[in-house]
Design a protein around this ligand. Structure first.
Ligand code: MG
Ligand code: ZN
Length: 544
C-alpha cells in the first residue's frame, strides 16, 4: 500500500518512495503545495443557502473510530475533505441569579444547539431561550437563524434521525425552558409555555406553528398527542396549518413541492433506526478481532441522506433556504455504549455530506457546515482492558479496533472537549482556528467584515473662476475614515490635469489646477484602506 508508506514514513525515508508519489527538487515533498487552492476557496460573501449538518455527539475520537472501521486508518471521509476545518468550544451555563452564570464545562444538546441557533449561551436542557434562576423558570426567547432566514423570505427545513422534537432540531425553531416538553402530554415542567397560559405550546406544536417548510424525522408519538384545544398535534398541523403528513420512504418520495403546502414527515414513533444493529460494550470486552457491524432492518424508514436529498430538492428556490439536518443517533448509541450503532450514524452523516456537497458544487453560494454539538465518551484504546466497558471490531484494514466507554459503569455520558467544525462555501473560512459554537450564528447570517471599508464624502464649489482654479485653489472639503491612502485626480475633457494626495479626517484643502481652462473639471477622490476602496466624483464648472 503506497499510500500507507507515504503517509506514515518520515521525510528521510520518503526519498526512497518518492517516485511512487511524484517527485520534487528536494525529493521529500509528496503532495503539491495547496496554498493557492485554499486561497481560491475563501469567499466572504453572505450565503444564499445554508446547509448545517450536525452529528450529535460527533467528536474527533468518534470520527476516527468510524473512519478506521469503515475506510481504514488511511481512509478519508467526505467530511475530512472540506476545505476549512477548525476547532469549536461547546461549554454552556448553569442556572443562577445572573447576570453572570456559572460555566457548565459539559453541555447537553439543548444549550449547544441553542448556541449556534441564537448566537447566545444558555443553560442545560434549555431550548433557544436565555438562562434563568431555575430550569422551570422560562428565560428570554432568542430568535433563531432558521427564523431569521424565514423572516427574510427564504424556505426552511429541519431534519433529524431522532424524534424531530428532540433538543437539537427543537432549538432550530422553538423556544422552551425545558427540552423535556416535547409534546402536549409532557408539559409539567413548562407551565408558562402552555398555550392556555399565553405561551407558544410544546415543541411539537411550535415546530409546525413556525411554518417550517420541510420537517422530517422521528417522533410520530409526540404528534399523536392531543393539544389543549382537542385535536392531536398532527390533526392541528394538517387541518389548521395545511401540512401534508408522510410516514414512510414512499410517501416522502411522492412529495414533489412545498410551494403550496409544507411537509411533515414522521417516520418512526420515537427515534429512527440506526444503520447498524447494536454492539454494546461490556466490562471485560464485547466483540472480537473478527466482529463486524451488521446492517439493521430499517423497514420503510428513509435514511438521513435520503431525507436530506429530498429536503434540498424541496427547499431549492431562487430566494434561498436554511436547512439543518442532524445525524442524531451517534450520540444516542454512544449513551448506550453501542459502537456499531454510533459508527452507522456517522456513516450516514458522511453520505449526507456528499449529498450537500453535490448541491454546493452546482450552487456555490451555499454554505455547508459539518460539525457536532458536544464531545462524547467513545475512546480508542489499546485493548479490552482499556476502560470500564469495551468493545472490539475488525476494521476495513482487517485489524482489531477496541473502543472504551469509561464515564460511567454502564451506559455512557457526554464529555467537555472542543470538537471539529468544517465548512465549504461563503463564510466558510471563518471556522478556521478555534471558534465558539455561538460564532456559527453570525457566520450563517454572513459576518460583517472585521476591517471596516473606508468612508469618504467631499464637497466642492459648483463654480470657480479660472484664476481661482489656477492660482487660489478650489476648496475641497473632505471627510475620510478608515483609509490609508487618499488620492484626488482632476480631469478636464478626458485629460488628467493633476493627481494629488489628500489627508484623512475632516479638512478643507485648496487644490490648485494650473492647467485648468473654462469648462467642467471632474474631481475623483479615491480612498483606499485594508477594508477596501471607495471612489467619489464631483464636478466644478470653471468660468471666466
Ligand atoms: Mg440531537
Ligand atoms: Zn447525548
Amino acid at each position: 500500500m503506497t499510500r500507507t508508506l507515504v503517509r506514515t514514513m518520515g521525510a528521510a525515508a520518503l526519498a526512497g518512495v518518492v517516485a511512487l508519489a511524484g517527485s520534487t527538487a528536494l525529493g521529500e515533498i509528496v503532495d503539491a503545495d495547496r496554498s493557492g487552492e485554499i486561497a481560491a476557496q475563501i469567499d466572504s460573501s453572505t450565503p444564499r443557502n445554508v446547509i448545517l449538518i450536525i452529528g450529535d455527539g460527533m467528536d474527533d475520537s468518534m470520527i476516527t473510530a468510524a473512519r478506521n472501521y469503515e475506510l481504514g486508518a488511511d481512509g478519508r471521509f467526505a467530511l475530512d475533505e472540506l476545505p476549512f476545518t477548525g476547532a469549536m468550544t461547546t461549554h454552556g451555563l448553569k442556572v443562577g441569579a445572573g447576570p453572570d452564570y456559572p460555566i457548565a464545562y459539559v453541555s447537553d444538546s439543548a444549550p449547544t444547539a441553542s448556541a449556534w441557533s441564537t448566537g447566545r449561551k444558555t443553560v442545560d436542557s434549555r431550548v433557544s431561550q436565555g438562562p434563568s434562576t431555575a430550569l422551570e423558570v422560562a428565560g428570554t426567547d432568542y430568535q433563531t437563524v432558521l427564523e431569521k432566514y424565514a423572516a427574510a423570505g427564504k424556505r426552511t427545513g429541519n431534519v433529524s434521525t431522532a424524534e424531530i422534537t428532540d433538543a437539537t432540531p427543537a432549538a432550530a425553531a422553538s423556544h422552551i425552558n425545558n427540552r423535556a416538553c416535547q409534546g402536549p402530554a409532557t408539559m409539567a415542567t413548562c407551565q408558562s409555555a402552555l398555550k392556555s397560559n399565553g405561551g407558544k405550546g410544546s415543541i411539537a406544536e411550535q415546530l409546525v406553528d413556525n411554518d417550517v417548510d420541510v420537517i422530517l424525522g422521528g417522533g410520530a408519538s409526540r404528534y399523536a398527542q392531543a393539544t389543549q384545544a382537542g385535536p392531536t398535534v398532527r390533526q392541528y398541523a394538517e387541518d389548521q396549518l395545511g401540512y401534508r403528513v408522510v410516514s414512510d420512504k414512499a410517501g416522502l418520495a411522492g412529495v414533489s413541492s412545498v410551494e403550496d403546502r409544507p411537509v411533515l414527515g414522521l417516520f418512526a414513533s420515537g427515534n429512527m433506526t440506526p444503520y447498524y444493529s447494536p454492539l454494546v460494550a461490556q466490562p471485560g470486552g464485547a466483540g472480537s478481532a473478527s466482529t463486524t457491524c451488521q446492517p439493521a432492518n430499517r423497514g420503510n424508514q428513509p435514511s438521513l441522506s435520503e431525507m436530506t436529498r429530498k429536503a434540498i430538492e424541496l427547499l431549492d428556490n431562487e430566494d434561498g433556504f436554511f436547512l439543518q439536518t442532524e445525524s442524531a443517533m451517534i450520540d444516542k448509541q454512544e449513551h448506550a455504549s453501542d459502537i456499531c450503532g454510533a459508527i452507522g450514524d456517522l456513516r450516514e452523516i458522511d453520505e449526507t455530506v456528499k449529498v450537500a456537497l453535490e448541491y454546493q458544487a452546482e450552487n456555490p453560494d451555499t454554505l455547508v457546515i459539518v460539525t457536532g454539538d458536544h464531545s462524547h465518551s467513545t475512546q480508542i484504546v489499546g485493548g479490552p482492558s482499556g476502560g470500564k466497558q469495551t468493545a472490539t471490531v475488525r476494521t476495513a484494514d482487517g485489524d482489531p479496533l477496541t473502543v472504551a466507554y469509561s464515564t460511567q459503569d454502564s451506559g455512557s455520558a457526554h464529555t467537555g472537549s472542543q470538537i471539529r467544525v468544517a465548512a465549504k462555501g461563503p463564510q466558510a473560512a471563518n471556522v478556521l482556528g478555534t471558534i465558539d459554537q455561538t460564532d456559527l450564528f453570525d457566520l450563517m447570517l454572513g459576518k460583517v467584515p472585521s476591517t471596516p471599508a473606508p468612508t469618504a464624502t467631499f464637497t466642492v464649489p459648483a463654480t470657480a473662476t479660472r484664476s481661482e482654479a489656477r492660482a487660489t485653489g478650489i476648496a475641497v472639503s473632505s471627510t475620510i475614515e478608515d483609509a490609508d491612502r487618499v488620492r484626488l485626480t482632476v480631469e478636464q475633457a478626458g485629460r488628467t490635469l493633476l493627481t494629488t494626495a489628500l489627508e484623512t479626517g475632516t479638512r478643507t484643502t485648496k487644490v490648485r489646477v494650473p492647467k485648468a481652462v473654462e469648462g467642467e473639471l471632474v474631481l475623483t477622490l479615491t480612498a483606499t484602506g485594508e477594508g477596501g476602496e471607495v471612489e467619489r466624483t464631483r464636478t466644478v464648472l470653471v468660468v471666466r
